[in-house]
Ligand binder design. Structure first.
Ligand code: SAM
Length: 282
């Protein structure tokens, strides 16, 4: 069995015989299986491939597909399995991107920071967060990014150059425990930490409780009044729970007169789900 795709037409072959097609025409999905081969899951197989090929299974993508109203129970079951819902004279499948811990941080920062600021990415990794901060800072802003691993620094600077943002942000190799030496106290509008390990690299290299708490303290000293520290905390088999617990204990010890602290738990996710936290300096 094989699916061949030509443009937006997906044809399912059994041996050399085509037994079904799924096609996408201006956002509308059509699935047709040869009658002798119906009710055996081939429609599902084809539709899944079509959705995958067009972003419909990507949890980070916003997508919308329509389909004709089902002609029978089998078509109704297939549509329901892939979240197509009746909407007037047709079926509609809408997906909005899943909210993630990092996505929540970005949304919060975008809502609270003005362009032209000085932002620090204290764990730049592959540069996604740095790029986000550079876009937020705009041409009149500045972003300092750092990472303990040279390959992360290189990846971030390459990403910024490819996006034409090298005039806004730059990454350097440094341990964020030394953050206090890298900028003036009271100069930053935001410091972002996305702790853990570098995706795609050795998971043995990751942030640690002692270094992270030192870095968080230094970051608070760098913030301007009204500045924001955002941190995504992780736990799990490889990194354990000590960094997360140490950071939370530090956050909870901060005086209410000087800081507002938010710990935004995804309450119905696993205990090891990433934990976005925000500290607003008064
Ligand atoms: C989850 S990744 C960050 C993802 C990144 N912000 C992005 O957008 O791709 C965590 C990063 O923290 C870095 N890191 C770990 N300990 C560090 C330390 N002490 N100082 C600076 N960076 C550190 C790791 O090398 C890794 O690249």
């Amino acid at each position: 069995m094989q699916i061949r795709c030509e443009g937006t037409v997906y044809t399912l072959y059994k041996e050399k015989t085509p037994i079904g097609t799924a096609r996408l025409e201006e956002g509308t999905v059509w699935v047709e299986i040869t009658p002798a081969w119906r009710r055996r899951g081939y429609g599902s197989y084809l539709l899944k491939e079509l959705l995958r090929g067009n972003g419909g299974l990507d949890p980070k993508a916003e997508t919308r597909f329509t389909a004709p109203l089902p002609a029978d129970d089998a078509a109704r079951a297939l549509a329901a399995k892939f979240d197509f819902r009746p909407d007037g004279t047709r079926l509609v499948r809408r997906r909005v991107p899943d909210l993630s811990a990092v996505g929540l941080c970005h949304e919060f920062l975008a809502a609270h920071l003005a362009p032209g600021g000085f932002y620090i990415d204290a764990t730049c990794g592959n540069g996604h967060d740095t790029e986000f901060l550079c876009r937020l800072a705009g041409p009149s802003g500045r972003v300092l990014a750092l990472d303990i691993q040279p390959r992360a620094v290189a990846a971030t600077n390459e990403r910024l150059a490819a996006a034409g943002l090298e005039g806004v942000g730059h990454a350097i190799q440094a341990d964020h425990a030394r953050l206090g030496e890298l900028a003036e106290a009271g100069s930053a509008d935001c410091v972002l930490f996305n702790f853990g390990w570098l995706p795609g690299a050795d998971h043995g290299v990751h942030s640690t409780a002692a270094g992270s708490v030192t870095a968080l303290k230094a970051a608070l000293a760098l913030l301007k009044p009204r500045g924001i520290l955002a941190a995504v905390l992780y736990s799990g088999q490889v990194i354990g729970d000590s960094e997360r617990q140490a950071a939370l204990a530090f956050f909870r010890s901060l005086p209410l007169t000087e800081y507002t602290v938010l710990v935004c738990e995804f309450a119905n996710w696993a205990d090891t789900a990433p934990l976005p936290c925000f500290i607003l300096k008064r």
